[in-house]
Design a protein around this ligand. Sequence first.
Ligand code: URA
Ligand code: CA
Length: 434
Amino acid sequence: MKKRNGKELTTEEINYFIEEYSKGNIPDYQVSALMMAIYFQKMNKRETADLTKAMANSGVTIDLSDIEGVKVDKHSTGGVGDTTTLVLGPIVAATGVPVAKMSGRGLGHTGGTIDKLESFKGFSVEMSREQFVKNVNEKKIAIGGQTADLAPADKKLYALRDVTATVDNISLIASSIMSKKIAAGADAIVLDVKTGSGAFMKKEEDSFELAKEMVDIGNNVGRNTVAIVTDMDQPLGFAVGNALEVKEAIDTLKGEGPEDLTELCLTLGSHMLVLAEPTKTIEEARNMLEDVINSGKGLDKLKELIEAQGGDPSYVDDPSLLPKASIVQPVLATKEGYVKSIKADDIGKAALVLGAGRETKESEIDLSVGIVLHKKIGDYVKEGEAIATIHANSEKKQKEAENIVLKAYNIVTEEVKKNKLIKGIITKDRIERF
Ligand code: URA
Ligand code: CA
């Protein structure tokens, strides 16, 4: 009633509601009503920070203090063909900054980082906490699985919001995401907030608002947090699929990757380095990361990571060993012109149809399938030219995906400008827009 009437909830009230809801002492119907009240009446910064803390403390909180150095985590709000972690982890670790990454499998168009890494035969995230810490201290990088008991109150609340039309409130989204990051134990956090057709937030204004809210929460709870708002109006890079994205990550670590993926990794990585304090300026950090790519140290770091976690690192030198699909077919343009837009969501759907992702938690992923785009926004296409290639293991699914990909491309006669990848940067005390 208090929130329905537009009043501010106290810290004690928020803690009480999260604790008792977690224990099952408050029924879903009351919490649904509260979520709807929050949806309409909103929460202020203090309430949002309190909710975040309460959810972060609802389960295990990971202590990374036995890892030397400043632990910087990266989080992306999710998009299509986002291969960043596979590149960013190794290049940041190669500069000496510890990367203690917890990754998920998750639902979606393609698998999560762990699924992708399983393209390397033998790779596993199963290891003791001691081994994880040892690996990060010695090799500067380890990728572990997310424990189920991280912020369980958020899990319960998110599922309830999902079926009560109360997901899209900025405070609730921001506290949900940040509670998990805070429980995971990082000292500092770089957020990649996506915007556009393939993102959770379609409108740029909303993405900036969400980014600002998360940065404020992070800094409010003593975690140095920076957010970058980036374009997701078309898939990132060219590859969408698991093994295909691994190949793309390897190319990028060799300095031969897609321009947008490379730029995004350098941008996010530079901010991670500045937060971890081996450098003072973004320019210096960027130079360090470029050196790591040019010298091959980033690629070596990926091999080291794969080997340390039981995988076969020879795949990095010979990507033809990665899982391969039996059908590889081009998608041919039906008209001439410039690519005006590529519905990222639909490319994701095509990948899902091919079997690259999970529709339910139980689905099996096919690591070999997916789509490789050849044309991105602003590119010129001739009629009959390949705009993409489909990697499939069934002719029926290949045809279905081909139709979706064809429809996802909007080709027009007038010239189209390439779109800007980095839309803005939000730090504790400034918002910069590009
Ligand atoms: N992702 C989350 O983890 N939580 C939300 O509320 C929305 C997106
Ligand atoms: Ca990609």
